[in-house]
Design a protein around this ligand. Structure first.
Ligand code: HEM
Length: 446
């Protein structure tokens, strides 16, 4: 009887071990395709998955950095209904942005973004997106010492003088003045349209953009758990209304009769001309007037990014009197009493380094990507459709990459009186979806 019992027990044990082994083999087979395996992942909760791991941090990217200490550079998170992979570390981030940039060039399809005009930044990669980017390049990356460059230099100088005189007159708070000046530089540069900075309709347009910019930068649990979206309905309606107000402004005060008036044979004067010319001459790929307007609205909205950055830059400088003195000394030494213009940028490495340092510390996130096919990063398998978070915060703040990363030290970007940009400094992303405005940011901020 005892032996019979032992026999049954042994049989159960063998069956259990065999089942467990089969399961383990199945899991490992499921996790391995070729020589890649699935990225590690923390234990997840039902429905919310790993969303709870984001709580207690100012920004999710701080949570990603903490998790990377336990799970390594590439790990998997289930954020509500959305399958995500977080990528940390210079080598892996470069692999996703550059080496396999064409595998990770799509953007997440969050319902909230559909309500905002994110035509350029939140669409998937396509020939239309490539064309829109190519068309923009002439304006966002004006070649040095060309007519377009000098025109931009002149209009930046005019609006900068107006900001300085408003500040000298004690006009406070400064953010609205800076935002309006930046918006006017953008409307003049991309649309050849100058506005009176005190014009009520123009001011309303600038405020609407600022509101939308704030909204785009918020992360909602509802992005990952769409059943929560009804709780945001009122706010989304409000934001939707702002986008309509901006469309009205663009059509009435910027486009007017330009679409009908443009002679397709003529050279485009600005970005609006380029868009209209493309549509009217039926160039390929086809661009609808609606999507062209979205792209235009998106690019005018770039002024909010610059204005918000400038305000943060001034806040850093207010806390760093030493840096202010160094900048002033550099300008006095190099330019004397001459007004600083964008052509002088390269002569002022310390001033440029201050801008880099502020950009590093702000560490704005790289807009999430989506894998457009089954691929891999650092040997880990990434499934098509996975949302990819590239942890730029880690690159900007890592103790391994920067000396005293919490401190504001522009001199870290200078070697032998020359500006240097380390390879791991990627504040504008990289590859085919990199920031379209980074050159303008550098020109405007200097
Ligand atoms: C300090 C200011 C700015 C920062 C830190 C910044 C940073 C970024 C980053 C990290 C991305 C994502 C890149 C990637 O996925 O690899 C991006 C995308 C983009 N940025 Fe900026 N940006 C700034 C200002 C601007 C301005 C002024 C403009 C417009 C003139 C602009 C236009 C764009 C566009 C159109 C995209 C989407 C490109 C695409 O998806 O194809 N940005 N930006």
């Amino acid at each position: 009887m005892f032996f019979v019992h032992i026999g049954h027990f042994t049989l159960y044990l063998v069956a259990f071990v065999a089942t467990a082994a089969a399961f383990a083999i199945f899991e490992s087979y499921r996790n391995r395709k070729g020589n890649t395996s699935e990225p590690p992942s923390p234990v997840r909760l039902p429905i919310i998955g790993h969303l709870h791991l984001m709580s207690g941090y100012q920004v999710p990217y701080q949570a990603f950095t903490e998790l990377s200490k336990k799970y390594g550079n590439v790990f998997k998170l289930q954020l509500g209904y959305v399958k995500c992979v977080v990528i940390n570390g210079h080598k892996s981030i470069r692999e996703a942005l550059v080496t396999k940039g064409n595998h990770f060039d799509s953007r997440p399809n969050f319902e909230r973004y559909q309500q905002l005009f994110c035509a350029l930044a939140f669409c998937n990669w396509s020939t239309t997106q490539k064309t829109r980017r190519d068309m923009l390049k002439a304006y966002t990356f004006p070649r040095a010492f060309t007519n377009r460059f000098y025109t931009l230099e002149e209009l930046i100088a005019i609006d900068t003088r107006s900001v300085i005189s408003s500040i000298n007159e004690g006009f406070l708070p400064t953010k609205p003045i800076i935002s309006r000046a930046c918006a006017n530089i953008f409307t003049r540069h991309f649309c050849s349209k100058n506005f009176d900075l005190a014009d009520e309709t123009f001011i309303e347009m600038v405020e609407n953009y600022d509101d939308i910019f704030y909204e785009v930068n918020q992360g909602y649990a509802a992005d990952f758990l769409p059943f929560l979206m009804p709780f945001h309905e009122k706010n989304l309606k409000r934001i939707g209304n702002l986008t309509h107000r901006i469309r009205d402004f663009v059509l009435t005060h910027i486009i007017g009769t330009r679409f009908d008036d443009l002679d397709v044979e003529s050279e485009p004067n600005d970005y609006v001309d380029s868009l209209i010319k493309h549509i009217k001459s039926g160039e390929s790929p086809e661009l609808t007037w609606d999507s062209a307007l979205f792209a235009l609205e998106d690019i005018i909205g770039g002024h909010s990014a610059v204005a918000n950055f400038l305000v943060k830059l001034f806040a850093f400088l207010a806390k760093e009197p030493e840096v202010q003195i160094n900048i002033q000394k550099e300008i006095d030494r190099v330019l004397g009493n001459k007004e600083v213009t964008i052509s002088d940028r390269t002569l002022l490495p310390y001033t440029e380094a201050t801008i880099f340092e502020a950009i590093r510390l702000i560490a704005s996130p790289i807009v999430p990507r989506v894998a457009n096919r089954d691929s891999s990063i650092d040997g880990y398998q990434i499934e098509k459709g996975t949302v990819i978070f590239l942890n730029n915060y880690d690159l900007s703040m890592s103790l391994d990459l920067w000396d005293e990363p919490e401190k504001f030290k522009p001199e870290r970007f200078i070697r032998e009186n020359r500006l240097i940009k380390p390879d791991h400094f990627l504040p504008f992303g990289g590859g085919r979806r990199s920031c379209m405005g980074y050159k303008m940011v550098q020109l405007l901020l200097s």
